[in-house]
Structures are given as C-alpha cells and as structure tokens.
Design a protein around this ligand. Sequence first.
Ligand SMILES: Nc1ncnc2c1ncn2[C@@H]1O[C@H](COP(=O)(O)OP(=O)(O)O)[C@@H](O)[C@H]1O
Ligand SMILES: [Mg+2]
Length: 272
Amino acid sequence: MIRRHFHDLPVEARQAIADKAGPVHAARTADGGLNSGVAAFLDTDHGPVFVKGIPANHPQAPAQRREAAINPHLPRACPRLYWHIEVADWDLLGYEVLPGRHADYTPGSPDLPLVAGALAELQGITAPTDVPIKAAEQRWATYAPPGAAALFDGDTLLHTDLAPHNVLVDDRAHIIDWAWPTRGAAWIDPAILILRLLEAGHTLAEADVIAHRFPSWRTAPAEAKVAFAAANAAAWEEITRADSAPWKASMAGHAVAFHAHLRAPVLGNGPT
Ligand SMILES: Nc1ncnc2c1ncn2[C@@H]1O[C@H](COP(=O)(O)OP(=O)(O)O)[C@@H](O)[C@H]1O
Ligand SMILES: [Mg+2]
C-alpha cells in the first residue's frame, strides 16, 4: 500500500487525533515498514505519538484491529497503544514512540543477542484467549503437508513477522508491528526468524545455530519443524506469485533452502 502523509488524512480524522493526542505541531512520515496507509510521528502539546492508520474498509484493516486488540497482552518492551479510533473512514492507532533504530540482522551484529533476548521474553507469553487471533494450525493449514498442520498447535503468543524493520533497538530490542499475532507452538517464531537471518546474509548453519538458543527450537520434533518449513515455503511461493517484488522472491528462495536444509539428515535433523 502507498504510504500517505499525516496531512493527507481528512480534516475530521486529523481533528479527532488532535482531540486524543493534543494539538499537532509537526508530523514526519516513518520511512520503514510497508503496509500502513499512514505511519507518522507527531509532535503534540502532550508529547510525541506514533500514528498508524489504514482506510477502515481496506482488506488489511482487520489486521490493524487485531494489532490493537493484542496490545495490552504484549511484553512491556513493546510500544503501548494510547488510543484506537475509527473516524472519517480511517482506522487509527496512537502509539507510544519508542527510541531506537531498526535492528541490524547481519552476521556478527551486536543487535543479534538483543533480538534473541526480546524473542526469548516473548516465548514465555501465553496467547490470550479473549482476543480473536488465529491459531498457527489454521493459518498454515492450506500450505502444510496433508495432516501436518496439527503439529503447529500450541499456546504461545507468536509475532510471525520478525523482519528487521519490525524490531527497534536501543539498549534492548523492541518487537513492533503486531499485525499477525498467532497462537501456536513456541518454536514457530524462531523458525520465522531464521528466514530473516538468511535474508540478512547468514548461512543456513549460522541461522540454525541462532535458533538453537531457543529451548523451544531445540526441543521441537524434527517432523514438526520440517512440516512448518514446507508450509512456510509454500506460503512464500504464493506471496511471490501474487507480487514479484525481488525481496519476496528472495524470501521464497530462503524458505525453500531452509526446508531442504532441515530435511537433510546430517545438517538439519541431528541430535540437538
Ligand atoms: N511505537 C513506535 N515507535 C517508534 N517507531 C515506530 C513505532 N512503531 C512503528 N515505528 C516505525 O514505523 C515503521 C512502520 O511501522 P509498522 O508498525 O512496522 O507498520 P507497517 O505495517 O507499515 O510495517 C516501523 O518500521 C518503525 O520504523
Ligand atoms: Mg512493519
């Protein structure tokens, strides 16, 4: 979706934001991220606020509503949601502004232990039952080998979109952009992180070593990991068919390679 600026919002929406956040002195459009219609940092009478907005009838609006619903259940390192309003056909979220920059996932980056620490904290969170989030089993059912999706079942709150632009780093890492919260087996987030590490230049073996920091990944049944890698590869292939952006093709390539790696007995499925 095209990124619009704060001042492109209808006047009624800007007024509603000012009613919540205080009169707006300055607005700067965020440069990271890909999905939101509006993503802007505002300076207001009451302090800074990050506003994320999407047309209320947009196909991704339900994802933004999920993001709002899950916020109270997130670890403290995630940004607090101050308000959620729907006005002038826009769905708008007002967040605490976090300091920090996008995480650097390249091999040897000092951010990697911080990212692993934030994910380790998340691994301990049970998905709430009073928020309508998808189960991993459902979410990847059509991509998984027949009968295998049940292996993805679990109670952990998963982020499932651990791209480096969805992690802000200062003296620790903060996981943001909760559009795809999912309930499932804890090892799924490490599996998702692996693809992003490959994209950042890690070898398959190096990425697997980082995933092995997580007890969930170390103890997950090999059969489940292979099934998920197959499902994730199929999901990325579908994404690539719908949109030929080079980074998506690259992610699909990593997903296929990772699946092959896990299936290779010597490299992927040895004792852990
Ligand atoms: N609470 C926040 N504090 C500071 N920066 C943020 C915050 N939330 C998002 N950002 C910045 O805005 C970008 C886009 O936000 P994100 O929630 O990832 O939306 P999108 O759905 O567009 O990817 C992020 O990559 C990050 O740079
Ligand atoms: Mg994002």
